[in-house]
Write a protein that binds this ligand. Structure first.
Ligand code: NAD
Length: 486
């Protein structure tokens, strides 16, 4: 059992209980209560924001040279690497995810800090060419206090993706984890706090404020001292945040939901496509914004591909995230499992055929956990709700397509535009389709691969703005041009 952080939040550089009601952190593998956390309140947010604004303006931080800020980021990476095993185990207990995945997420968090530190060291403000009797200098300044609001599906990786560029940009951060998965963010907060303390920097630069979105998240977004929001979560929440950000005229980056098409052309390497489609939807038990949840197969290979796919899905091992043999771990919460089950019932009522799965697994080993069998459904029109709405679970809907125009029309007939996978041996067709699909990321003969240097973001209802890439530091800064007369 990993060490569970004490019931204390990080508010304005101080570890103490939140002023709000306690809520339970539950292990979804068996329903056991890990701990209770006293939630933050709007008053806690106000205290954290005021202290953060002071800390951001403190000359010890404001005037710190970029290479010294980079050193802080490297130190946070060191600490994440030191505690990687414990952070992974904690995240597995809190989210249900398989250990192999939570280890990779901890490694990715450390990598994000290292990459951002390296980018920061090589970023410079520039003298810009003069077009008159003056010299111009374009400088970048911190925003001040920024809010980072995250969902429950990959907490430590999402925390790092917002915290690293925000600190690199010279800001203070108010981090709000999701209600179901606060523990790893609190553990991460201990490491950032330690790095700030060791560097003799103001500890109020970083607060971790768990609690409800409508109370804590809303208070962060609306707080007058918060000058930017980095949000990852559902599309409906993203719209609400965008409205409040518009009222305050502050930038908000929105990484939202998806219903991503994964495409198997008639000339695909079927072995490679089978493995890729399985991984695309069933890794993370489908709880991934980029899950390849709509499968399009050319009609000439449809029956053959689906038959082979279903055979493999039936063999996937469903079990606790702590078991190294597990391929499909529990869902994050029993309530979420019920939502996924309701979607499969909806598919049945819409006329869909459930080819495998479609229920919680039986047996004593799964009895208390939030498990759901990997499920494949076909026979639905692309307009069915199950084909259009994000289920965020291990549920794949399959549809045949006739030709490339039909494929592109069906794949793009979605409010979302996050990701897409294409399985083909034809490089020209891959390129053509990649350019015609409305998605922020397209993978060809691979899926769910990420590089920290490659920007990631969604089109349409999947979001606004991007994360990752060295330019992200600039998104956490304001640009100012200074003209100097000669
Ligand atoms: P959610 O929108 O319910 O919650 C996300 C966060 O927002 C939580 O911390 C929540 O407490 C907070 N929140 C809720 N209401 C708020 C409000 N009114 N004001 C401020 N904050 C508020 O999403 P979720 O269920 O936690 O996560 C799943 C969603 O996240 C899925 O739609 C998934 O696709 C999306 N997601 C997107 C990406 C991406 O990069 N595009 C990555 C991961 C997850």
């Amino acid at each position: 059992m990993p060490r569970i952080p004490a019931d204390e939040l990080l508010v304005a550089g101080v570890w103490r209980r939140g002023r709000g009601a306690p809520f339970r952190a539950v292990d979804p593998a068996d329903g056991s209560v890990l701990t209770e956390v006293h939630a933050a309140t709007a008053e806690d947010v106000d205290e954290a924001a005021r202290a953060a604004a002071e800390a951001a303006a403190d000359p010890a931080w404001r005037d710190l040279l970029p290479h010294r800020r980079a050193r802080l980021l490297h130190r946070i990476a060191d600490l994440v690497e030191r505690d990687a095993e414990e952070l992974a185990a904690l995240q597995t207990a809190d989210t249900g995810k398989a250990l192999a995945e939570t280890r990779a997420l901890a490694a990715s968090a450390a990598g994000t800090f290292r990459y951002t530190a390296a980018a920061l060291e090589t970023m410079e403000d520039a003298l810009t060419p003069s077009r008159g009797p003056y010299v111009t200098l374009s400088v970048h300044e911190p925003i001040g206090v920024v809010g980072a609001i995250n969902p429950w599906n990959s907490p430590i990786a999402s925390d790092a993706q917002k915290t690293a560029p925000a600190l690199a940009g010279g800001n203070a951060v108010l981090l709000k984890p999701a209600e179901w998965t606060s523990l790893v963010s609190l553990a991460f907060g201990r490491l950032v706090h330690q790095a700030l303390t060791e560097a003799e920097l103001p500890t109020a630069l970083f607060s971790v404020l768990p609690g409800s979105g409508r109370v804590v998240g809303d208070a962060i977004v609306k707080h007058p001292l918060v000058g930017r929001i980095g949000f990852t979560g559902g599309t409906a929440t993203g719209r609400t945040i965008a409205r409040h950000a518009a009222d305050k005229l502050i930038p908000a980056s929105l990484e939202l939901g998806g219903k991503s098409p994964t495409i198997v052309r008639e000339d695909a390497d079927l072995e490679q496509a089978l493995a890729g489609v399985l991984f695309g939807i069933f890794s993370s038990s489908g709880q991934s914004c980029i899950a390849g949840s709509r499968l399009f197969v050319h009609r000439s290979r449809y029956e053959e591909f689906l038959g082979a796919l279903v055979e493999r899905v039936r063999k996937l091992r469903v079990g606790p995230g702590t078991d190294p043999d597990t391929q499909v771990a529990p869902l994050v919460h029993h309530k979420h499992r019920d939502t996924v089950a309701a979607y499969v019932d909806l598919a049945r009522s819409e006329g869909g055929r459930v080819l495998c799965g479609g229920a919680a697994p039986g047996g004593a080993a799964h009895a208390d956990g939030a498990y759901y069998l990997p499920t494949v459904i076909d026979g639905l029109p692309n307009s069915a709700r199950t084909c259009q709405e994000e289920i965020f679970g291990p549920v794949l809907v399959a549809l045949p397509y006739e030709d490339e125009d039909d494929l592109v029309a069906q794949a793009n007939a979605s409010d979302y535009g996050l990701a897409c996978g294409i399985w083909t041996r034809d490089a020209r067709a891959a390129w053509r389709i990649a350019r015609r699909i409305e998605a922020g990321t397209v993978w060809i003969n691979t899926y769910k691969q990420f590089s920290i240097s490659t920007p990631f973001g969604g089109m349409k209802d999947s979001g606004l703005g991007t994360e990752k890439g060295r330019d992200l530091i600039r998104a956490y800064q304001r640009q100012k041009s200074v003209y100097w007369g000669t």
